[in-house]
Design a protein around this ligand. Structure first.
Ligand code: C5P
Length: 201
């Protein structure tokens, strides 16, 4: 059985949590595509040219211990505007999406560019303030947090770059189901996602 679920949205809207819960529910494989851009961003910070880093990305690069750090998130959103970086990562994502047994991919352009044919598309959002608070709590738990203000500024800077870039900008697919998680807890957000997907199966 092939069934692809595309989950897009801005940073810290709840995509990751929803994607993990949805993939566990259906027994589908899950790819957090942000990790690919983070891995390329991490290589850039180590002095590797981003296009070359994207073209030569290895599975081990996705295990880099600092991929969740704020400076790598910023580097990821900078390399993500480069069209050759994006195109180098397309085949891997599409192959993952078509794997037998079903797949959930989360990112920014999954429903619009990588898998416009996906059977289910969700666009998960929340206000920038709510997202910054969530990211702050997450980062603080890992000892990676700056101040809440800095996290908010980081989130807004990434939104700005992701929404306004020429190549594969962050936006909902025309047929995406919108889920605003600003006033939802995790269980409510996951239930809403599963109910929306069930209606498409
Ligand atoms: O999702 P995450 O916050 O890990 O993504 C890091 C950065 O990678 C994003 O800010 C965005 O610039 C980029 N990205 C992207 N397309 C994707 C996934 C992530 O451009 N499909």
């Amino acid at each position: 059985m092939r069934f692809t679920i595309a989950i897009d949205g801005p940073a810290a809207a709840g995509k990751g949590t929803i994607s993990r819960a949805v993939s566990a529910h259906y027994g589908f494989a899950h790819l957090d595509t942000g990790l690919l851009y983070r891995a390329v961003g991490a290589k850039m910070l180590e002095g590797v040219a981003p296009i070359s880093a994207a073209q030569n990305l290895e599975p081990d690069d996705l295990e880099h211990p600092k991929l969740r750090a704020p400076e790598i998130a910023q580097a990821a959103s900078k390399v993500a505007v480069i069209s050759e970086v994006r195109s180098a990562l397309v085949d891997f994502q599409r192959a993952f999406a078509r794997r037998a047994g079903g797949a959930v991919l989360d990112g920014r352009d999954i429903g619009t560019v990588i898998c416009p044919w996906a059977e289910a598309k969700l666009f998960v959002t929340a206000s920038a303030e709510v997202r910054a608070k969530r990211r702050f709590v997450e980062l603080a738990a890992k000892g990676l947090a700056d101040s809440l203000d800095e996290v908010l500024a980081d989130v807004k800077a990434r939104d700005e770059r992701d929404i306004n870039r020429a190549e594969s900008p962050l936006k909902p697919a025309d047929d995406a189901i919108l889920i605003d998680t600003s006033d939802l807890n995790i269980d409510e957000a996951v239930t809403k996602a599963l109910t929306s997907i069930e209606a498409l199966r």
